[in-house]
Design a protein around this ligand. Structure first.
Ligand SMILES: C[S@@+](CC[C@H](N)C(=O)[O-])C[C@H]1O[C@@H](n2cnc3c(N)ncnc32)[C@H](O)[C@@H]1O
Length: 251
């Protein structure tokens, strides 16, 4: 949002392989009022219900989300599930079905309407040819190579490498394992060779195993900074709250 607000680039790309997440971005752009109305009606029902009926509502919506629904409904359900599921995780099973359990929050913070409308208007900015300045894509990161040149800035926010046994890294049905991290590091090198500036965030394996040099080996020619970040998404309590993370840059 900061980059678009300050008109720092002529064109932008938002990309993710998760088609439901990308649908949400498109609905924020194209139908923010319907999205807000849909979320608010689910929210009212949720707030007024007792614990038993909240849980029932959650599982009914989860099942509907995993079935056939139109774009706006799917986006409404995605936000509702994200706000009411366990730890705000997004995880799919091998069949591509969202399978995170109910979260038991007393007073979940559903949406910031003003921020959503602001984001929507930024996503609607068009260039002189009438195309959106922000292209919203749904593909594997490898497919983005042709869009990169020496004026590009790229931020990669990949699934974090799990730092614990059973750590969470399955954002979509394909999973994202160490081989995927290696593939991403090759993409990073291609972007670097094209002259782009590139920043990548990831978990810091050294928090749990000081001898784990996985990222030091993968990104040995680049700058690796350790930063403190707030995290609630981790199946192991030690990975929650303020944790050390990596910021890897080529500049
Ligand atoms: C830490 S999350 C980032 C979420 C994102 N920044 C957002 O808007 O919420 C990691 C993301 O990487 C995506 N991902 C996994 N494999 C990918 C791939 N091969 N190409 C592109 N995106 C991928 C997942 O779908 C997931 O949404």
């Amino acid at each position: 949002m900061h980059f678009i607000e300050n008109r720092m680039f002529d064109r932008y790309i938002i990309n993710d392989i998760n088609s439901k997440l990308i649908n949400l971005y498109k609905v924020i752009r194209d139908a923010p009022a319907e999205l807000i109305d849909g979320i608010n009606s689910l929210k009212i029902k949720y707030i007024e219900a007792d614990e038993f009926h909240r849980e029932k509502q959650f599982y009914t919506i989860r099942e509907a989300f995993n079935g056939e629904c139109d774009e706006v409904t799917q986006a409404v359900y995605m936000v509702f599930l994200n706000k009411t599921c366990f730890n705000g995780l997004y995880r799919e099973n091998s069949e591509g079905k969202f399978n995170v359990p109910f979260g038991r929050y007393k007073n979940p913070n559903f949406i910031d309407e003003e921020q959503l409308i602001e984001l929507s208007s930024l996503l609607n900015i068009k260039d002189e040819t009438g195309d959106f300045k922000v292209k919203i894509m749904n593909t594997h990161f490898c497919e983005l190579k042709d869009y990169i040149d020496d004026n590009s800035f790229i931020y990669c926010d990949p699934p974090y490498r799990p730092v614990t046994m059973g750590g969470f890294n399955s954002y979509d049905k394909s999973g994202f394992n160490d081989e995927s991290q290696i593939e991403l590091s090759k993409f990073y090198r291609v972007a670097d060779a094209k002259g782009a500036r590139i920043m990548l965030s990831n978990s810091d394996p050294k928090v749990f195993d000081p001898n784990d040099d996985f990222f030091e080996n993968l990104y040995q020619d680049f700058n690796i900074k350790r930063v403190r970040a707030k995290r609630t998404i981790n199946s192991d309590g030690r990975g929650r709250g303020e944790v050390e993370e990596l910021l890897i840059t080529n500049y």
